[in-house]
Each structure stands twice: as C-alpha cells, then as structure tokens.
Design a protein around this ligand. Structure first.
Ligand code: CA
Ligand code: CA
Length: 177
C-alpha cells in the first residue's frame, strides 16, 4: 500500500512538473524560429520613432515616455512592420503562440481550452501611445513555419514547406495563391 502511494505521488509530481514545463512553452514545435528583433519606426506618426523590441519571446513597444508590454503569456516568435492593408499607415504584425483559440475574445461557452497552445497571427495599429488590435486570427491551421511580407502580401510557409500567399482584402486576409 505504501509503495502504491509512493508511486502515485511520484506520478503526481511528474505530472505537475510536465504541466509547468508545458505552460512555459517547453514542448512547442521545434521548427519555430524564435527571433530577437529591435526596430525603430514611427507608426503612430507623431514624428518620433518608437522602439519595437522582441526578446526572449516577449515584445514591448517603447514610446518616448512609456513602455507598452504585450501579454507575458504570449510566446511571440516574430514581429514585422508593414502597411499590410495599404492605407498609407504601417501596422505591426505578430506571430504568437498562446493558450487560447480566440485571442482575447473567448466565447462564454468555452471553459476548457485554456491549456492547449495554438499559433495565431495578429495585426495591430498604433495610435498616439495606444495599441489597437486590427485583426486577430483564430488558431492557425496549418501552422506557420516561416513568413515573409512581399509587396504587402503575406508569404506563409507551413511545416511541410507548402507556401501560400495572402493579401489583405477589406477586413482580413484572403488567399491569392
Ligand atoms: Ca511615433
Ligand atoms: Ca495600413
């Protein structure tokens, strides 16, 4: 009986450790290329460049007088800046792994999807010193291994090295190729 309790408690400890490692992103796919980036650009068009920094999977925007920190539970693999909708103002695009299927907008009926990691693409606009989400993808299928922006179009490569091209049309991305 004592041995059984011992075995069960070891299993319990291992399960807890595995969960902690999972939540900290230790078991995310090995194809992810975690970038460190430092960009200096004026997205809010006030004549002063902000710093867009991605380091150790966390991103910040440094304005002249304050620093905006993105959700620390997001594991951000890459950021890009482009006028993706071609309205003359540049956006911040972000490739994120987090534990929700719905960005910040969880439907009330979904109470059990908080552990599972999924990949998302987010587009933000910067106005004055605040950040607005312009577009937030649900869980990406397939996942993105590599991405580029060419002529304001997203060139996405999945883990099987299939490449697709996506263009911003009205309120989201549509596949062009
Ligand atoms: Ca600025
Ligand atoms: Ca734009």
């Amino acid at each position: 009986m004592r041995t059984l309790i011992k075995i069960l408690s070891i299993f319990g400890i291992v399960a807890i450790l595995a969960t902690i490692l999972y939540i900290r992103g230790f078991f995310l796919p090995s194809y992810i290329q975690w970038k460190n980036i430092n960009l200096s650009m004026d997205l809010n068009q006030d004549g002063i460049k902000e710093i867009y920094q991605l380091k150790n999977k966390q991103a910040i925007i440094q304005f002249e007088n304050e620093t905006y920190e993105f959700d620390r539970e997001w594991f951000i693999s890459d950021i890009k800046i482009d006028d993706i909708d071609q309205d003359g103002v540049k956006e911040l695009l972000m490739l994120v792994w987090n534990r929700t299927n719905y960005g910040d907008y969880s439907p009330f009926w979904d109470t059990n999807d908080t552990l599972h990691f999924s990949q998302h693409l987010y587009v933000f606009t910067i106005q004055n010193d605040s950040i607005h989400s312009k577009w937030m993808s649900s869980s990406l299928r397939p996942n993105i291994k590599n991405w580029e922006i060419r002529n304001h179009e997203l060139v996405l490569t999945d883990p099987d090295d299939e490449t697709t091209i996506w263009k911003w049309i009205d309120f989201g991305f549509e596949r062009t190729e």
